[in-house]
Design a protein around this ligand. Structure first.
Ligand SMILES: [Zn+2]
Length: 48
């Protein structure tokens, strides 16, 4: 299971339709809104 970095929900990466690759890492999201929010401001959600 992957964790949606925006809302913290667990997401099954094999069935998730919402994936986005940022700096070589693929993130999975529970819904389109979370993906859009991440794309708008990825730095806010990526742990450094
Ligand atoms: Zn979410």
């Amino acid at each position: 299971m992957a964790v949606d970095p925006v809302c913290g929900m667990k997401v099954d990466e094999r069935s998730s339709k919402f994936a986005y690759t940022y700096q070589g890492v693929t993130y999975y999201f529970c819904r389109q809104q979370c993906l859009d929010q991440f794309r708008r401001d990825p730095v806010k959600y990526v742990k450094r």
